[in-house]
Design a protein around this ligand. Structure first.
Ligand code: RIB
Length: 289
């Protein structure tokens, strides 16, 4: 089995700041580091570190070969990442002393993924594989429609929240993953909560307050492990990547979520994004396995 991830790839410029700026305020950073990021790339790396076979579908500009090489180094199949005539996506990330962040993205190549690349990549997929999407690329609905016709299951992470994208994806989605902010945005945009969506499986994550998995309307709660966060960036992506990898490896979803909760809890104790996502051994060590 394999995970096909139609995903964004960013250069994350991460600024350490004493506090996040308010509108009109200038704040001096105390440090700057560059990481591989993008919600899609983070999910691919997380799923690969959780022992799934991950095929990333995406695009970079001519300035983005380093990102593709790094994904490859991290065990992700990069044959379906094109170089297009647009700058590689990037993100300006500010992280405060409590690990909270603010992120601005420039989508660039992530929104210029050729439709025929997606269709060509998915011809190699098999029934039972998983298509993973989020909202930082173009082509999610087309990819999901094709994947469903081919017998793949579709997992969509509604991040960053985009009401139109979610509306288009809902009829094509098997599992929807949202954080609490996105769940609030969905309710504001559509009046719908997790149990009103007509989906079999929905997960809402709430950071330190745990997560809820709804299956056919029945809720199961997962507690978060207590840690001191230094950087919450990419923790949600790590969670989603681990859930998808667990499903791909044939784990019951509750077990996949339990592993994902641990992976996300380790992730928030590390500064950085894709480069520092924990692997399965780190997770199993915490679980005492
Ligand atoms: O979710 C974190 C990610 O959001 C960062 O890596 C950044 O690139 C943005 O896509």
């Amino acid at each position: 089995m394999a995970v096909w991830n139609l995903g964004s790839i960013n250069a994350d410029m991460v600024y350490a700041v004493p506090r996040l700026p308010v509108a009109g305020e200038t704040v001096a950073a105390t440090g700057l580091a560059r990481y591989l990021g993008g919600k899609g790339a983070n999910m691919s790396v997380a799923a690969a570190r959780a022992a799934a076979h991950v095929r990333h579908i995406g695009a970079v500009g001519a300035d983005g070969r380093w990102a593709v090489e790094r994904l490859l180094e991290y065990g992700v199949d990069t044959r379906h990442i094109d170089t297009v005539d647009a700058p590689t996506g990037h993100a300006i990330v500010a992280v405060d002393a409590h690990g909270e962040n603010q992120i601005i993205i420039l989508p660039g190549a992530n929104r210029a993924i050729p439709g025929d690349l997606i269709a060509r990549a998915l011809t190699e997929a098999s029934p039972g594989d998983i298509l993973l999407t989020q909202n930082e690329t173009n082509g999610q609905a087309e990819a999901a429609a094709l994947a469903r016709r081919m017998g793949l299951s579709v997992v969509h992470a509604a991040a960053p929240f985009d009401a139109d994208a979610v509306r288009a994806l809902l009829p094509l989605t098997d599992l929807l993953v949202l954080n609490a902010v996105e769940a609030g945005q969905l309710r504001a945009a559509s009046g719908q909560g997790p149990t009103d969506l007509g989906l079999r499986d929905v997960i809402v994550t709430r950071g330190a307050d745990g997560a809820t998995w709804w299956h056919d309307g029945t809720a199961t709660e997962f507690a978060a492990r207590k840690v001191t966060p230094v950087d919450t960036t990419g923790a949600g992506d790590t969670f989603t990547g681990y859930v998808v990898a667990g499903l791909d490896r044939g784990l019951p979803i509750a077990q996949a979520i339990a592993q994902a909760m641990i992976a996300a809890s380790i992730m928030v104790t590390r500064p950085g994004t894709a480069d520092v996502i924990p692997d399965l051994r780190d997770v199993q060590a915490v679980m005492g396995v």
